[in-house]
Design a protein around this ligand. Structure first.
Ligand code: ADP
Length: 330
């Protein structure tokens, strides 16, 4: 049963040859081969998901309270930054914005489709940038087609994006979530229990700040580490006279980070080239290497790398301690 192939979800899966006392652990069940219970399909899907995720070293979600603050722009450029640092073909982006996917457009992959393989396998789209992308946009027949789905169907699509897609060995997977704390965000956090953390994007305006607090609370409640807050569209420097204008105010992201005691990653100014490059399917950091926006962005990337290094060091210390404890208890 596949959401991506357009088949309907159904609860009427036939149950034949089910062991009388099914505990849902098909791996150790003697009648598993002949079983047709829906729990077996679920079990197999979970196993597939675990296998796929085990091949991805780092998983980072990018979230925001509101739409239009630059979350997808940050995701696309984060992916590009890691490609530029030697991870070509080892970086993936899951565009989990089911209703408004725009990562394909920003990475020059508009009009592509997911390629199928034997046994229902799906392959991500990889363009000339060396970033593997999966998006609802690759499944929709045209730009005007809306997705009118309720929560469970969206959850299933995201699960399939993660488990049926042959991502291969990846160093980084960035997940672009829709704004807010709805179905898609919840699904992703539940499906990826070992998420490295979330990057939260906001604008400096008070209107944005009010909702970004909800995103911070959401991440805390889901027990997902917060890598930090990025303030996007933070001031504009006139290219003619050099005067700085704070179009949407400035400093709000930093204040929120301080108030909520979460790390502040930095601020990215407004730059008309960011908009033009996105529209042309080009990540701005690759196109404008010396612009103030690129410099600001690369400082943010450095902080994210530092966070990942620290987490890795902490994890290997934990493993070492666990192994020592085992030795001591012998
Ligand atoms: P979101 O994913 O939060 O909805 P997007 O990343 O789609 O937001 O950005 C919305 C629009 O703003 C896009 O057209 C994008 O190119 C533009 N944009 C984002 N950040 C900047 C910036 N710092 N300067 C100029 N334009 C920007």
């Amino acid at each position: 049963m596949s959401v991506l192939n357009g088949e309907k979800m159904t609860n009427s899966t036939k149950q034949v040859n089910v062991a009388e006392e099914c505990d849902g652990k098909c791996g150790s069940c003697s009648t598993s081969d002949d079983c047709n219970d829906h729990r077996k399909q679920q079990y197999e899907q979970e196993q597939k998901l675990k296998l796929r995720l085990s091949k991805i070293k780092h998983k980072i979600a990018v979230i925001s309270g509101k739409g239009g603050v630059g979350k997808s722009t940050v995701t696309a450029n984060l992916a590009m930054a890691f490609v530029m640092q030697g991870h070509r073909d080892k970086v993936g982006v899951l565009d989990a914005d089911i209703h408004g996917p725009c990562i394909p457009k920003m990475l020059g992959l508009k009009g592509q489709t997911l390629i199928g393989g034997p046994g229902g396998m799906l392959f991500p789209v990889t363009g000339k940038l060396g970033i593997k992308v999966v998006s609802m946009d690759f499944v929709l027949p045209n730009d005007e087609a809306p997705v009118i789905w309720r929560g469970p169907l969206k959850m299933r699509a995201i699960q399939q994006f993660l488990s049926d897609v042959t991502w291969g060995e990846l160093d980084y997977l960035f997940i672009d979530l829709p704004p807010g704390t709805g179905d898609e965000s919840l699904s992703v956090m539940q499906l990826i229990p070992d998420m490295d953390g979330v990057v939260i994007v906001t604008m400096p305006s008070e209107v944005s700040q009010a909702v970004v607090k909800k995103a911070v609370t959401f991440a805390k409640q889901m027990n997902v580490p917060i890598i930090g807050i990025v303030e996007n569209m933070s001031g504009f420097v006139c290219p003619d006279c050099g005067a700085k204008v704070d179009i949407f105010r400035t400093g709000g992201g930093k204040k929120i980070a301080e108030d909520l005691t979460v790390p502040y990653l930095g601020s990215i100014p407004i730059d008309p080239n960011i908009c033009t490059d996105s529209d042309n399917g080009l990540p701005f950091i690759a196109e404008n290497k010396t612009s103030p926006a690129t410099k600001a962005f690369m400082e943010i990337v450095e902080k994210i790398q530092q966070f990942l290094e620290n987490t890795e060091t902490a994890r290997s210390k934990e493993i070492k301690n666990e192994n020592m404890c085992k030795c001591n208890s012998k």
